[in-house]
Design a protein around this ligand. Structure first.
Ligand SMILES: [Zn+2]
Length: 396
């Protein structure tokens, strides 16, 4: 049993512990508390003199298979941009033939970066489940095969793929996925007890399209599908639409939630739905900012995701925390740190992560400081620090 001692231990599920210690054995936390109360237990003491011990981070939304398209994510699309410009650029880039080895190498590099940033678990959404090499054991991945198809014909094809699929699945978005397909993916997720992720209310264009069938998505979809006469706009917001489809509950993860009304926040709260915020991606593509304070006010516990390198220059979850704080200066830094840890673990149904508690996973981080911060959560969320995995705790 190893005793990790640090001037500050941040369990997340309870108040920070000064001169704290965490006892761990066989990858599991055995006990934690003040060092004086645990002194003498454990065969070895690892003394972290200038560090804060925290849980590892959870990235609740990524698309690792787009990692080779990082040049798209480095562009600044400008605020309030028409999101179809980026979608077109993405589809054009995905349409080009790329050596599979390049895609795999980019995924490996992304995993290494996630691990270097202290991520223990990532939810990864993709259209192809390729035979991936793993460059590292961490982060653990929860893979979701993404299905979309907006016309009855393409939805039927996707339904056939859904039947043949042997992994968890996600639906892409309300404007790209036929309502029948959204409901089928959700029903299958329920039967398998999987989380059901769906991009929700990301852009103004999505809301325009659902409200009236107009906006920039109309010409884009007509161009791709030839016709749109099969679609009757529901004349409501994206959350309200998913509520009408009866697919919202605590296993549904609505990703982005930038353009939602307070009534829709109330719907999400009533259904105890999961909300994943992606501030870095939202900055890059410019659709706006999610109403984080309003979500918290209504009792929701948002989690955080980076989205892909095709819509975000970085997969650093510490940066996501910093951006969210910048976007919402009044938000308590502790709430933001919870989003990257315990909220993410709970949203993905992986309660063994996200906080430091007996019997939980012992893969923990040491966050270094130059001066012991007075406000530890402000310091953590600032991202202005070096982070390392605790010796022997990262599963490597
Ligand atoms: Zn996404």
């Amino acid at each position: 049993m190893i005793c990790y001692r640090a001037p500050l231990v941040v369990p997340v599920s309870r108040a920070p512990i000064r001169d704290g210690a965490v006892l761990a054995a066989n990858g599991q936390i055995m006990a934690l508390g003040s060092f004086s109360s645990l002194r003498g237990q454990g065969s070895r003491v690892v003394d972290l003199e200038d560090s804060i011990i925290t849980p590892a981070l959870i990235n609740c939304h990524s698309h690792l298979e787009l990692s080779h398209l990082a040049e798209l994510g480095r562009e600044n699309y400008g605020a309030d941009n028409d999101i179809t410009l980026w979608i077109r650029a993405l589809l054009a880039a995905r349409g080009k033939e790329v050596d599979g080895e390049i895609i795999k190498a980019a995924v490996d590099l992304a995993l290494i970066r996630l691990r270097a940033g202290g991520v223990v678990l990532t939810a990864d959404i993709g259209n192809i489940k390729s035979g991936r090499r793993r460059a590292a054991k961490l982060p653990e991945e929860m893979f979701f095969m993404e299905l979309l198809g907006f016309s009855p014909k393409t939805a039927d094809e996707a339904l056939r793929r859904l039947k043949a699929c042997n992994t968890a699945c996600a639906a892409h978005a309300p404007y790209s996925t036929h309502p029948r397909l959204i409901q089928a993916v959700k029903a299958r997720a329920d039967a398998r007890r999987d989380i059901f992720p769906i991009h929700t209310a990301e852009s103004a264009a999505e809301i325009d399209f659902l409200a009236s069938g107009g906006g920039p998505l109309r010409p884009f979809l007509v161009e791709r599908l030839g016709r749109l006469d099969f679609f009757t706009p529901p004349s409501c917001g994206a959350v309200e639409y998913l509520e009408r489809l009866r697919v919202l509950d605590n296993q549904t993860m609505c990703v982005h939630c930038v353009h939602i009304s307070e009534t829709e926040v109330e719907i999400l709260a009533r259904r105890a739905a999961q909300v994943c915020l992606c501030p870095g991606s939202n900055r890059c593509l410019g659709p706006g900012r999610a109403p984080a304070a309003l979500l918290l006010k209504h009792g929701l516990r948002p989690c955080l995701g980076t989205d892909s390198l095709a819509s975000n220059p970085s997969l650093d979850l510490w940066r996501e925390m910093r951006l969210l704080q910048e976007d919402n200066p009044a938000l308590a830094p502790e709430e933001i740190f919870k989003m990257a840890t315990i909220n993410g673990a709970m949203a993905l149904g992986r309660g063994e992560f996200g906080s430091l508690e007996p019997r939980k996973d012992a893969r923990m981080l040491a966050v270094r400081y130059e001066q012991l911060p007075e406000d530890v959560f402000s310091f953590l969320v600032s991202g202005k620090h070096q982070t390392a995995w605790l010796e022997d705790s990262n599963g490597s």
